[in-house]
Design a protein around this ligand. Structure first.
Ligand SMILES: Nc1nc2c(ncn2[C@@H]2O[C@H](COP(=O)(O)OP(=O)(O)OP(=O)(O)O)[C@@H](O)[C@H]2O)c(=O)[nH]1
Ligand SMILES: [Mg+2]
Length: 219
């Protein structure tokens, strides 16, 4: 009983911090990327930056248990990136994001938040983002949406990643599509390869359209 109360209070405090962030980001599109460790979040961002950096001001916040490696990877592509070290926690929360922005102010068009590699904990924490993206690589197995339903239900966008490896693994794409459609009937699923380039044009176009929609720009 006590445990439930504490969790609810933590989530309520997070929600209030998330709303403050959302109010601040009136003209910035904010995308919260969530996946298991190694599904390809940072690699996707590296490829995305290469495609969009001449068009938009981009920034990133990276959450990890340890090391600055991911932020360093993104900085090498010429964008500001702030590394949050959670010291063991398996998700980012909105107050950590607010503190990160105090330390590294980012006046950008699109802000990517790469969450800690985990399919469960980040699901419950609103970071003030416009939408969540869940990544599932073809090497992880085609049973994951129904085994981890909460994140596939919450994420507006599912990216199947590492499509260049599909021919080498037993991953039933049609089955995954069905699972995701059941959990998130109005969601969008894109098949991508950050290495081979598949699906990246559609992904970048989605970001453009969502930013325009947020800013009230007519198509
Ligand atoms: N073949 C192939 N490999 C990929 C692709 N995307 C990422 N990888 C590889 O997958 C590994 C993990 O990629 P990362 O981008 O670091 O994964 P991540 O989700 O950021 O990992 P964490 O931050 O630790 O959770 C690296 O060895 C990448 O080179 C892809 O599209 N195709
Ligand atoms: Mg990463």
């Amino acid at each position: 009983m006590t445990e439930i109360d504490v969790k609810q209070r933590i989530l309520a405090a997070n929600e209030s911090a998330a709303q403050d962030l959302r109010a601040r980001w009136r003209r910035t599109l904010v995308v919260n990327l969530i996946s298991s460790p190694g599904s390809g979040k940072t690699t996707l961002l590296e490829s995305t930056i290469e495609r969009l950096r001449d068009e938009y001001r981009l920034g990133a916040i990276d959450g990890d248990i340890a090391t600055e490696r991911d932020a360093n990877r993104l900085r090498r592509h010429g964008i500001p990136a702030h590394q949050i070290l959670t010291g063991g926690a398996c998700h980012l929360d909105a107050r950590q994001v607010a503190q990160a922005l105090e330390q590294t102010p980012m006046d950008v068009d699109i802000l990517f938040i790469e969450n800690v590699g985990n399919l469960i904990c980040p699901t419950s924490y609103d970071l003030g983002e416009d939408f969540k993206v869940v990544l599932l690589s073809v090497t992880e197995g085609d049973d994951k949406p129904f085994k981890y339903p909460a994140i596939f239900a919450k994420a507006e966008v599912t990216l199947i990643t590492k499509m260049d490896l599909l021919q080498h693994v037993n991953f039933k794409l049609a089955d995954v599509r069905r699972q995701v459609a059941t959990l998130r009937p109005d969601g969008l699923l894109l098949e991508t390869s950050a290495i081979g380039g598949e699906g990246l044009a559609d992904w970048c176009q989605l970001l453009r359209e969502r930013l325009d929609a947020k800013r009230g720009v007519k198509a």
